[in-house]
Write a protein that binds this ligand. Sequence first.
Ligand code: GLN
Length: 539
Amino acid sequence: MSATTKYIFVTGGVTSSLGKGILAASLAKLLQARGYTVTIQKLDPYINVDPGTLNPYEHGECFVTDDGAETDLDLGHYERFLNIPTSQANNITTGRIYKAVIEKERRGDFLGKTVQVIPHITDEIKNRIRLLGKTGNYQFVITEIGGTVGDIESLPYIEAVRQLKWELGNNAMVIHLTLIPYLSTTGELKTKPTQHSVKLLLEYGVQPDVLVCRTEHSLNRDIKNKIALFCNVAPNAVIEARDASTIYEVPLMMEEEQLDIVVLNQLNMPVSDNMDLAKWKDFLHKFKHPHHEVKIGLVGKYVELKDAYKSISEAFIHAGAANDCKVTIEWIHSESITDENVGEKFKWLRGILVAPGFGQRGIEGKISAIKYAREHQIPFLGVCLGMQCAVIEFARNVLGLKDADSTEMNPETPYPVIDLLETQKKITNKGGTMRLGSYPCNIAEKTKAWEIYKHKEIKERHRHRYEFNNEYLPDFEKAGMIASGINPEGGLVEIIEIKDHPWFVGVQFHPEYKSTVANPHPLFVSFVKAAIEVGKLVH
Ligand code: GLN
């Protein structure tokens, strides 16, 4: 019930990139393992209404929810840790808040009043935070405040936290994530930046209840006591967060530090003895002690920034563990690939994934990569644009349709094998107008897709405008590339595969968004398995 929902706010101090998202997800995991229901929300201080229009170089991957929200990549971590879907309500940006308030103003909701940051913007923020509690589905709502305390942009959020803490009393608390830097010249851990960032929070009227301190070295009792004394928190609420070898270790490190117990005590919630982390630990064990290793090439145009493909690399971790295998991703820039160098570049690869993307840059390299995978019988997975490129490659090199293309890349192509739907042609606004979110797909029997999913009806998440052009489907199928997954409503091709190949699959959707620790995605699991098999043949 909403009355008993507990609200936990996670703020960050000293510097960005300390891992608020992973901390929030780890705490949520521990609470979930103790039998509580929990969800996590991210408040982003930028003015974009959502990150859908952002270049991946800015904020990394755009994660997509079942209900079609284009969100911050932290939501991917929340889902991967908790194995429960997030939604539109789990990611709020300043742009969204202002848009809603301005729309209300235009409607006349505030007639006669001056519309101001306090109370109108802060009220809107508070409503969005409480919305998840009001669903009655969660005992805990963890809200991560993006940015670093002191940023001008995040002030209204911190003010909303101050107000909510006052209104909710014992049902709310604040966890502040900070950094304790190590000075190698003197061999000391320094607490001053943490003290300053807590002082800043106090200036805004927010007293943190727990401090989680990122550190390269262990914090001894004295340091913890010192931090506690200067920051008005209990010594046991100063939590050490050492650098971890993998993000999946963090829940266990936080358990060791008793973060969950401190939180439950603070919020007057019972601490039972049940802690169900067996599956999590089993996954971690398999991940850390693999029996095999395979190298898989990830071909994309944003490979300098690994965050641009976060869900894909995490899906490989889940699928690797499921196969007792370490998957080493070789990041390959699509612009560096040509028909001439591809053989040399791909010599050690046992599988090739061609990544999602937009626009012309790097397309020809992706097509060369796919040609190589097809001709050399190397397991291939094409995701979204990767699937579209596989269709283009097949059209050009097998069907002999010279200059076949997607109309995204070449609107004048004589063979538009990938094209816009009529409904997309009329759309001019870029934000939130793609084919977004979960759509059903029917799997054809006696196909690779059937072998993998073992179900007729599946649902996967989409984020694209262009589609396989069904006019060409009979020609493709005759030549050996078949449509093994079809959208039951409009007949859109969602999965293609090549029959005469050990493992060649292209998917118009994004399977990576649905891969979690508890449920590794079957496509990735099967792809990694195929890569291991190829490795055995080569050795
Ligand atoms: N650019 C392609 C489209 O819009 C593919 C998008 C993607 O890979 N997410 O259809």
